[in-house]
Ligand binder design. Structure first.
Ligand code: NDP
Length: 528
């Protein structure tokens, strides 16, 4: 197989999908829709390019990632405008929530991967007294398939591409059909940065293209998306015994205790629920406030929500843009309608934004909600902030854990040790005290969910370790002796093994030393 970057136009044989601006409905461009055969070719070409890349030093790989970073920084405004147009989010938010974190991630992994993946000596206890040593070395996996969603169409795939490349892998990236132009832009940036031909392939298309990638012979899939698709991907991968990382949905709780800074918590709740039109896996999807401060907190979030500017126009610097698709907007409508029909009240919003061309939903604060409602159980993934009150700490933790999801959660209190104590009891991959939503942006820290929110990690050292094969290299320098446990199993040998069970297995070298006479006897038994 030759090393080439797939000519996706030619490979698609004329089949295309159209990318639209969700705020206006305007067509932004057409991209090829790739089928099985083209995806398989992309994977084969990526594999051919990977061998040479794996042989390069971290410094060389890092140089190319930093060159790509330079291009991103230079074209910051253009890329932010593209993200704004293809996803509907405000350009300012594209910069703060997508570009800043990836610029930071790029410098971090470009410089630090060498240390994070340094061969590690493993302490092997008493075996080391027998002239042995162990190391773990980290080898690239080969070709990583990355399947990414539309809600953070730049930050999610870009972060994973950088980590996979730094670990010495090739990548085949399948962006969402709603945001393919952003996916192609990632490929273009790396090409211009001097990434070897073929090493990063971007395969555009729809769900069938994603399924084709899972079946195309990659070595691991990094999937980010819904629980339903994640389970399908895991099933397909299981048939091939292929590992997967699944970054799935959330229903993230925010708990506001009565000793919290209510003003700060209110600002955080509004941003955490409505940033990106609520289309973040770590959005505040459920808010629980202790009854003593509930009215004050609710009044403040209503006031702050009414002050938000929602618009499609870049120059107006809106706080909230449009949602990314009509399909997602309809889910939000269903959840809010279900809540209202069960006696919840909308204090703001509760409807589409009138007069707006695209998929705009007004930021909505709901009260009088409970866990029988969809809006408190299922992922809403829209600009909705349902608020429930509670009396005691135990009740708050029980409510937070009453979910099939476990991505992130937050606790708001001025008492940090209480916050930490509560954090330990909440079932989630990330629990924040006095913070909300943003930790996906911390490249150094791991990201991953528990329960139906996913499997495995991305970001941080744990994320990088997902992209390598750890190999245990064990060396015995004391080659004059045969191991005591090798054949033949004589009565003397069996006696020595019993001694190992009683003494060596205590982990105490003094105990083991009591076996020396038996070991010497075994040694001479073998020589005779
Ligand atoms: P989907 O599951 O619909 O799609 C995710 C990706 O999978 C897309 O690229 C999609 O392609 C692709 N895909 C669709 N069908 C298949 C298939 N059969 N086999 C392989 N790939 C397929 O999720 P959304 O794009 O709607 O993303 C929103 C979801 O993602 C939310 O639940 C959100 O919580 C979650 N998410 C989780 C994050 C986390 O870190 N835990 C971060 C961000 C989002 P296409 O779009 O072309 O159909």
């Amino acid at each position: 197989m030759s090393v080439e970057t797939l000519d996706i136009k030619e490979a698609a044989r004329g089949e295309e999908i159209v990318s639209y601006d969700p705020a206006t409905g305007e067509a932004l461009g057409r991209v090829p829709l790739l089928r099985v055969e083209a995806v398989v070719r992309a994977v084969q070409a990526a594999r051919a390019a990977q061998k040479d890349w794996a042989a390069r030093s971290f410094r060389e790989r890092g140089r190319i990632v930093l060159a790509a970073r330079g291009i991103v920084l230079k074209e910051l405004e253009e890329i932010a405008a593209l993200i704004h147009r293809e996803s509907g989010k405000p350009a300012a938010e594209a910069i703060s929530m997508e570009l800043v974190p990836t610029l930071d991630l790029m410098q971090f992994f470009a410089r630090k991967s060498v240390r994070l993946l340094k061969p590690e000596r493993v302490g092997i206890g008493q075996y080391s007294l027998m002239g042995r040593s162990s190391k773990i070395i980290y080898k690239p996996l080969g070709v990583i398939g990355i399947i990414s969603p539309w809600n953070f169409p730049w930050a999610i795939p870009m972060g994973e591409v950088v980590m996979a490349l730094m670990a010495g892998n090739a990548v085949v990236l399948k962006p969402s059909e709603l945001t393919p132009l952003i996916g192609l832009k990632i490929g273009e940036v790396f090409r211009r940065a001097g990434l070897p031909e073929g090493l990063l392939q971007v395969v555009t298309g729809d769900g069938s293209t994603g399924a084709a990638l899972v079946e195309a012979g990659v070595d691991k899939i990094m999937f980010t998306g819904s629980v339903a698709t994640g389970k399908r991907v895991a099933e397909m991968a299981a048939r091939r015994l292929m590992p997967v990382v699944l970054e799935l949905g959330g229903k993230d709780p925010m708990i506001v205790m009565d000793d919290a800074d209510v003003e700060r918590a209110a600002h955080a709740a509004v941003w955490g629920a409505f940033a990106n039109s609520g289309q973040a896996c770590a959005s505040v999807e459920r808010c629980y406030v202790q009854s003593r401060v509930a009215q004050k907190f609710i009044n403040r979030i209503v006031e702050l929500t009414r002050g938000l500017k929602q618009s499609a126009i870049l120059e107006e610097e809106p706080d909230i843009g449009s949602m990314s698709s009509e399909r997602q907007l309809e889910v939000v409508e269903q959840h809010v309608q279900d809540a209202l029909s069960h006696n919840a009240r909308a204090l703001t919003g509760g409807r589409r934004k009138e007069g707006a061309g695209g998929w705009f939903y007004e930021p909505t604060v709901l009260v009088d909600v409970d866990h029988s409602m969809k809006v408190m159980r299922d992922e809403t993934f829209g600009p909705v902030l349902p608020v429930m009150t509670f009396e005691t700490e135990d009740e708050a933790i029980r409510l937070a854990n009453d979910s099939v999801f476990g991505l992130t959660a937050s606790v708001w209190t001025k008492n940090i040790s209480r916050g930490r104590h509560m954090a330990e009891q909440i079932q989630a991959g990330t629990v924040m005290v006095n913070e909300v939503l943003y930790t996906h942006g911390i490249a150094q820290a791991p990201w991953g969910g528990v329960k139906e929110s996913g499997l495995g990690h991305t970001h941080g050292r744990l994320g990088l370790l997902e992209l390598v094969q750890p190999v245990h290299v064990h060396v015995n320098r004391m080659t004059i002796l045969r191991d005591f446990w090798w054949f033949n199993y004589t009565p003397r040998a069996a006696q020595l093994f019993r001694g190992f069970a009683r003494r060596f297995a205590t982990g105490n070298p003094l105990q083991t030393s009591l076996l020396l006479p038996s070991m010497i006897r075994r040694y001479f038994e073998r020589r005779s």
